[in-house]
Design a protein around this ligand. Structure first.
Ligand SMILES: Cc1ncc(COP(=O)(O)O)c(C=O)c1O
Length: 414
């Protein structure tokens, strides 16, 4: 983590906040405090402008047209692909496939790679920290293939148990799929070690980067992962798009995920041949507008610097952890050494939903419930948590509001 004094001067939060119109409103007669960033982050004006510019200036279908608008739209769409390639340090744009987001990216790999390469008795390893999006697609394909799902246990702190992971690995392991950072607890996982251990037994590795994209360094070539997934809407970009990175040699071996226009080379009723990468996996008219605007979101992150964003959020996390854990009856869930800006907690004897509603009455948006990680909640013997998750535009003053609001809710409810 970089030195916080120098970092704080690098991040001018007030200036950043001015770029986010949605933040400047009252909710229930209070200034909005938006702490639901792990669910989706807010969008800066440049992203909103990019969407408007596309629809008002050059809306057209891509790739097939030769007219000016189609060429302009195609260029903008492909520029985002190059921007992302650079952002994750992939070797080639052929390895960047646009999807609807992380859920679709994982489903693509499970369906295509899984259907082609999994056999009866094969094993897929995930961790106990996974979002349902990184559990259910594997269950679906394993049921079909008569394979087995193995789960790496989670420690009391909310970290992956690496010793247990080593013991689960075997020649039966064909795929390992884990998140880069946990949406429920914030834990940053040691993915480099997880990847290299999996490669020792010949398994391929998918990393769910949903909670990493807005603040962690992603260096695909240094990680040497086989697949990596991102969602735009968790990175200050529009909803409805994201990417799957896949190693070229694997993507080339994989059958198409969906059939339709764009993913073909030649179609006859006897036989169809498929398009080159990455188009082989992009059937139909894609989400052009949101892909185009995704580029503005990535540029926003790059200009601020991921290290600076992470340092700012870390400072907020440390501050919030101190304040919230000092409140009566509060128990933190997830105390890993390395965390992104996610603070999950329960208040003994009070349902998380009630806390969420009462905080909302004070203009504070937090998430409550199982956060699409029911098995993880079961691991901790709880139904859900209250989760405050931080972004680059959040402030310590907002955390003070949360702590004050929570103190009142607790005194009222207990
Ligand atoms: C860790 C993690 N994985 C996967 C997903 C699913 O992402 P999406 O809903 O954008 O497909 C989420 C969303 O909350 C997430 O936090």
């Amino acid at each position: 983590m970089a030195n916080s004094t120098s970092i704080l001067s690098a991040i001018d939060v007030e200036k950043i906040r001015q770029q986010f119109p949605v933040l400047h409103q009252q909710v229930n007669n209070r200034d909005l405090v938006y702490f639901d960033n792990a669910a989706t982050s807010q969008k800066p004006m440049r992203v909103i402008n990019a969407l408007t510019d596309y629809y008002t200036g050059y809306n057209a279908n891509i790739h097939r047209g030769i007219h000016t608008l189609a060429e302009k739209a195609t260029k903008a769409y492909e520029q985002t692909r190059e921007t992302i390639r650079d952002f994750v340090n992939a070797k080639s744009t052929e390895e960047i496939i646009f999807t609807r987001g992380v859920s679709e990216s994982i489903n693509l790999v499970a369906s295509s790679y899984g259907r082609a390469f999994l056999n009866e008795g094969d094993e897929v390893i995930i961790s106990g920290l996974e979002h349902h999006s990184n559990i259910v697609p594997w269950q679906l394909i394993l049921e079909e293939k008569k394979g087995k799902l193995k789960v790496i246990p989670v420690t009391d702190e909310g970290e992956i148990d690496l010793d247990a992971y080593r013991k689960l690995l075997s020649s039966k392991t064909k795929i390992v799929a884990v998140n880069h950072a946990s949406n429920s607890l914030g834990t940053i996982n040691p993915i480099k070690e997880i990847i290299s251990l999996a490669h020792e037994v010949g398994a391929v590795v998918l990393i769910d980067g949903a909670q990493a994209g807005s603040h962690l360094e992603i260096d695909i070539q240094a990680f040497d992962c086989d697949f990596y997934c991102l969602s735009s809407h968790k990175m200050y970009g529009p909803t409805g798009t994201g990417i799957l990175y896949g190693k070229k040699e694997l993507l080339e071996k994989m059958p198409p995920y969906q059939g339709g226009g764009e993913m073909i080379k030649d179609v006859t009723f006897e036989k169809t041949t498929y398009n080159d990468l990455p188009y082989k996996f992009e059937a139909g008219t894609p989400n052009i507008a949101d892909v185009v605007a995704y580029r503005s979101a990535i540029e926003f992150i790059k200009e601020l610097g991921r290290e600076n964003i992470a340092a700012h959020e870390h400072e907020l996390l440390v501050y919030a952890t101190e304040k919230i854990s000092a409140l009566p009856s509060v128990r933190l869930v997830g105390t890993a050494k390395n965390k992104v800006g996610v603070l999950s907690f329960v208040v003994e004897g009070v349902h998380p939903f009630d806390i969420g509603q009462m905080l909302d009455a004070r203009g504070i948006a937090v998430r409550t419930g199982h956060h699409c990680t029911q098995p993880l909640m079961a691991r901790f013997g709880i139904e859900g948590t209250v989760r405050a998750s931080f972004a680059v535009y959040n402030t310590k003053k907002e955390i003070d509001h949360l702590a004050d609001g929570l103190a009142r809710v607790i005194s009222f409810m207990k």
